[in-house]
Design a protein around this ligand. Sequence first.
Ligand SMILES: [Zn+2]
Length: 400
Amino acid sequence: MIRRAAPLAAFIILATTIPALAAPTAGETESKQADPVKVLVGRLDLEKYKATIKGLTKFGDRRQGTDRNRAAVDWIEAQLKSYGCLNISRLKYQYSPSETPRPSGPQVSRDAAPGGGHFRGLRGPTGVNTDPQLQPDEKLRALNTQPTEPGEREEVYCTKVGSTHPEEMYIVGGHMDGHGWGEAANDDGSGTALVMELARVFSSRDVKTERSIRFALWNNEETGLNGARAYVEQRAALQGKQEPVGSGRYPEPKWLGMIQHDMMLFDHGMPHADGTVSKQQRPEADVNIEFQSLSKAADEAQKLAWVFYAANEAYATDYPAAVGPHMTNTDSTPFMDLVPALSLRENERGREIGAGWDPQWHQPTDIYATYSDADFRLGLNAAQTTLGAIGRLTGATLTR
Ligand SMILES: [Zn+2]
């Protein structure tokens, strides 16, 4: 009897539990299968990303304080509008080249690389080209000829307003200005286009986020982060204030984090002994996520960096990510003591780019035609990483 009863009891239990396991309700099936962030990441596209970079290169090096720079700001604004990112503003500030530049990163010891850490292995030359004759393309040389003038500057940003927490936001940035007599295709057309592509995806009418996202295209990065500094100086005190009171509108939502994208394409490895760099993207290329260990918000910034690392593992199709502690020399620096700040790049800024790993950096060769699809794909993978992380952090969902 006991022997017979046991299988019977087991059968009853199985008979009542298996249907519940095997046939979840339709709602359960959907929530387990459809990750809305994955759907959004799938809306990024290599050809669209390349086309946006190409569009930016029509304005040459987009040097600050020139007509070509102002025309590029207008074009970016028109693009953002066409994506449906309609909550658009411009920040205005004054800039003169006679201003004393302030440090672009933390104070580090004299033998350290910029931002901290040490140079390792072989190094190649770095610098900013100022000789027009080194640009062999006459049309491009002519386009880049107008010199910079001191005076008023503008930079554009647009905002996706959060559905339940419009008073809080993440800032996603890249700098639209460049120099060096090329097309600033990589530095920083690649980061600017990444931010614009994310604005396009998040602004789609069927996308809802609980928290707000601001897409910022900084100006004057190359002169010492002046556009991002002006933003912090003018707007930090406005954070989280409802204006007008009772309107439910927050012109400057509280900053939850700032993520900068600067030089996203080229990871061909260390220079060779003769100073040259490989022609091909190295197969082990990665997206470098950096925080600054010497910043006041370092602990929170490091946590945020690992969120981005996890998003890369979940959503990036081709290239992995690496996390490092030496973020420096880009528009995230003015934010880093106030809120968690990160930069995403093709290489570490200090010990790698600073050691000549990118021979196009600030050179006439930083033109669209220099890069292959393997290069552009690294930028696309950084876009997948940030879209994935920001989608998760802001609670992105799809509406019908
Ligand atoms: Zn840059």
